[in-house]
Design a protein around this ligand. Structure first.
Ligand code: ARG
Length: 580
């Protein structure tokens, strides 16, 4: 159910009947205040200007032709020509009854299902996942879940960085440790950060090691079996580390979603050949470079996009061009969404421009670089450990769970130790995710434990708690929520506000998937929970003097709130619990 969409269609028909030429924007929006109705049609003003008409007169003409008798109670003109629509309580009630019976809460399959390739998480395997990969992982995962919920076909691609010169040094180091008989799992690769640091130190300081490392890069790229084996061993361990993080984070990425940089190795020669043949890549100081006028600097110098190094080596850029070709021409993607730090925006502009000219991206494929801002510490600088090091994602998540455990320990509970540990896990992880997802994707934000773990304000704990409160009503009433009697009826203003919000889930999801912005869903769930609290205050449910039909209706509303909260949080990858 998408009320806005219904009104858009009706508004367009009415505008056309009122003499407005086709293609004029009806400008339908959700009203920001109850006094302006539930929705507004604001298109009369723009259309009147084009027609050189009085906007209020045109608005009246549109209303005369507006066929909303079965959904609207009143339609009125306000101000210079706004059309305010107050929906009928009966319409809201019957729509909610449909939602109640539907597994997807009345959210319909959207008409134009698309194939969407989503590139997210994509850590570099040379090191352990750090907080920079948190945002890509969870924002991408939330968008993927919403796309699938709306009926799109999603191909997840974890574009892991598993190739490049640093692997020469890593496998050379690995080989030496193996020769010394060191236990890989327990010692050598248990902590990839340390492993990387040790290898780097040898590379910088140890006589002969750098040469060996370089030699191993060449061998690895040439397909040498011994080097390939060492590399695979390293990659497998690193992938295992990331899988532990994914499991802890409750994200949907699986091993088969990995389409790492190395997967494109065989295509890279062809990419360069195509670029050369099309006159796009030219030799410059031994390297192959694509010069892009479109991205010229202030002095008019085109941007130089290096696609092959002077020694013949390929780069991050080359792989991304091959990835475009694969995704657009082989997978036939309608959309490609890439969730990467905003600091890589130039790279992706270069990739897209080059790929379009070379035919690696079809016109029909929309290439959407979805940048995100930086996670900051309390000091307003990029988030670091106290000593200035990068924060390992695994450590951050463990800390979240332990902080949530402490916080929950302060609350009364008759739950078992085990149940409480499970709740703390959901609260801790949920808090980190919601705090991140609720910020606009492109803005930087300050990471603060106390705010995100608070039971007040827009936080995961608040929403998880709201969910348990709704669920507790059914326990108290001794009613099975899967088997509710009666019908929804809307009388009180709090009921109406809640009903309207419940029916706007689809509108929010559409916005979230078109713009790749989970924060809109975060905001929606918070508003829903807040409206529920007002409803709960104003509208008694289980009190003795409440008429049976009213109680049944309110229980139906409660159940829809619980299901919408659980569904919405699940789309954000956040788990709920029955009790807290
Ligand atoms: N591995 C890269 C990084 O950690 C991100 C890769 C994003 N995806 C891509 N197609 N380049 O910065």
């Amino acid at each position: 159910m998408n009320i806005k969409q219904i009104l858009v269609e009706k508004a367009i028909a009415a505008m056309n009947a009122a003499g407005v030429p086709e293609g004029s924007n009806p400008a339908v929006t959700q009203s920001t205040r109850a006094q302006f109705g539930d929705y507004q049609i604001n298109g009369a003003m723009g259309a009147a200007k084009a027609l050189k008409m009085n906007p209020r007169e045109l608005a009246q003409k549109i209303i005369d032709n507006l066929d909303v008798a079965d959904i609207a109670a009143t339609v009125e003109i306000a101000g210079p020509g706004f059309i305010n629509i107050h929906l009928k309580p009966e319409f809201l009630a019957s729509s909610l009854m449909n939602a109640e019976k539907d597994a997807k809460l009345g959210v319909s399959e959207h008409g134009n299902a698309q194939k969407v390739v989503v590139d997210f998480s994509s850590p570099n395997l040379a090191k352990e996942m750090h907080v920079g990969h948190l945002r890509s992982t969870i924002i991408g995962d939330a968008v993927v879940r919403a796309l699938e919920f709306r009926g799109d076909t999603v191909v997840r691609q974890n574009h892991m960085g598993d190739w490049g010169t640093q692997f020469g040094m890593l496998i050379a180091h690995l080989e030496d440790l193996l020769n010394q008989g060191i236990d890989l799992e327990k010692v050598a690769l248990a902590d990839l950060e340390t492993f990387y640091r040790d290898a780097k130190k040898r590379f910088d300081d140890e006589e002969g090691f750098a040469d060996k490392a370089r030699d191993y890069v060449v061998k690895l790229q040439g397909g040498d079996e011994h080097c390939a084996k060492l590399w695979q061993l390293f990659i497998d361990t690193s992938v295992k580390h990331s899988e532990e993080v994914y499991a802890k984070l409750n994200v949907t990425l699986k091993r088969e979603d990995i389409k790492a940089e190395s997967a494109y190795n065989d295509a890279l020669v062809g990419v360069i050949e195509t670029l050369k043949a099309k006159g796009l890549a030219v030799e410059d100081q031994g390297a192959q470079v694509v010069f892009l006028e479109e991205l010229a600097n202030k002095d008019g110098e085109p941007s130089a996009f290096i696609v092959q190094k002077s020694g013949g080596g390929f780069l991050y850029a080359t792989t991304d061009l091959a990835a475009c070709d694969y995704r657009s021409n082989q997978l036939n993607a309608d959309r490609i969404l890439i969730f990467v730090d905003a600091r890589q925006s130039l790279h992706f502009s270069q990739v897209e421009l080059t790929a379009r000219k070379a035919g690696f991206l079809r016109d029909a494929t929309s290439y959407e670089f979805c940048p995100f801002g930086t996670m900051m510490g309390d000091d307003g600088k990029p988030f670091k450990t106290r000593t200035g090091g990068t924060v390992k994602l695994a450590d951050l998540l463990d800390e979240a769970i332990s902080r949530a455990t402490d916080k929950l320990a302060a609350r009364e509970s008759d739950l078992s130790e085990e149940a409480r540990a499970e709740i703390a896990r959901k609260v801790g992880i949920g808090a980190v995710k919601y705090a991140d997802l609720s910020k606009h994707r492109t803005s930087d934000y300050i990471f603060n434990w106390d705010t995100m773990l608070s039971f007040e304000g827009a936080t995961a704990p608040y929403l998880q708690y709201a969910y348990t409160r709704v669920r507790s009503i059914f326990r108290k009433a001794g009613v099975d929520s899967a088997n509710l009697a009666g019908n929804v009826e809307i009388n009180e203003p709090q009921e109406k506000a809640l009903a309207l919000k419940l029916l706007q889930l689809e509108e929010v999801l559409d916005l979230m998937i078109s713009e790749a912005t989970p924060h809109v869903l975060c905001g929606y769930l918070y508003e829903l929970a807040s409206l529920y609290m007002s409803f709960y205050e104003a509208c008694p449910i289980l009190k003795e003097d409440v008429a049976q039909s009213v109680r049944e209706s309110r229980l139906l509303l409660c159940n829809l709130v619980a299901k919408t909260l659980a569904t919405g949080l699940d789309l954000l990858g956040i788990e709920v619990m029955e009790q807290m």
